[in-house]
Design a protein around this ligand. Sequence first.
Ligand code: FBP
Length: 430
Amino acid sequence: MWSILLICIGVSRVGGFVGGLSKLNPRWSNSRIKVPSNLCLTPDSIPSPDSIPSPKKKKLQPFLRFLEVECWKKREFRDLEPVLRAVMAACQQMNRLVQRAQTDDLYGVADPSGGANVQGEVQQQLDVLCNTIMLQSLCGCSDAIVAVASEEEDLPRNCRTDVLKQQSMGSTPATLKMGQFVACFDPLDGSKNIDSSLPVGTVFGIFRVPPGTTADASEKTFLMRGDSCLVAAGYCLYSATTVLVLTLKGSGVHGFTLDPDTGLFLHTLRDIRIPPKGHIYSFNEAYFHDYNHAVQRYLNALKSGNSATMGKRANARYVGALVADVHNILINGGIYGYPATTAHPSGKLRLLYESAPMALILEQAGGAASTGYGRLLDVIPQSIHQRVPTFLGSVENIYEIDQFHEYYTDENDEKTKEVQSIDYYIQNMA
Ligand code: FBP
């Protein structure tokens, strides 16, 4: 009896309390709120876009101007200026395609009979379109790029005789200055996100062939060590804003946002420096049980607040598109990881046109990039579509996951090695 009475009193108290709250904020009371008429947006009261005073535009340097000056400053990049101009134009075009994909029916698979690329992945219409745009831009703008390799192409392609279908001139006249560069790219990264309008991106890396070697379209030419041959890398993120991020080795990392009004890429992120450590971790934890001991232990340490780097503030973010997830880490600090899994014993990401370009960008911004067992840019590719376990991010976060790989092997879950200090790591790894 008493308990029922107490419950009734309690309910009336709560009812009274909520009632009181609604006086504080009408939205809580009920949805039949009367919006004052002057706030009602009737069709003719919606101001036309032109009447909305455009916010004061910041005076920002256009990408082309930045490129002109950088390539003038750094002679070794002069041959790349027309190439990077063309890549910028390609990103503008691909941005429009991505934006219009739904309205122009560019969604869905390229070949309904289930055609797949060399990785066995079903190609999306946009994959194929963006691949063609990148091929044309990298090959069609100058002779600097001799050959290209793409996620969507089984084998490398010679720019002149294959992509541009120009007659091979047999012996190369002495006057013709053969390019010293080859390019690798993923035309549309995160393509699984396309149909749900989630962020996607384009990734590219430009390699200078070692002196004394001839750049050609043989696979052998492309099997270069990133640390010594990768001289420029970038990505374009198609998301809430469209951002082109570029590094010319030794010239820092810069970001350019596409101004929707002028269609220009403007210099919004000058000399990006990733924080030395961060609290964001970006892993597809659905594969937790497929990861090795070291990664499982590392993720458990993050989530239980026992990470030396993140402490109790670990925060998970995973968009499922490398460009989007790594851009977040580059700006805010932290770690992105695509470790080896049972399905992908060497990881999923491709070294030449996904992991290595991102690794150069992270390192040039003061971060680090590792396979868990060594510096990612030290890996010498054995094939153009080779995959590699990939960890990208702030130097302290990458140091930490490398330490976990050094502690925990799959054989035994016990500590196997003494802790190396972060300074030792920075001197020897970053
Ligand atoms: P694609 O280039 O084929 O899209 O593959 C790469 C990728 O989509 C990355 O962008 C992303 O980080 C990862 O694969 C997502 O894979 P998963 O869905 O297995 O987490």
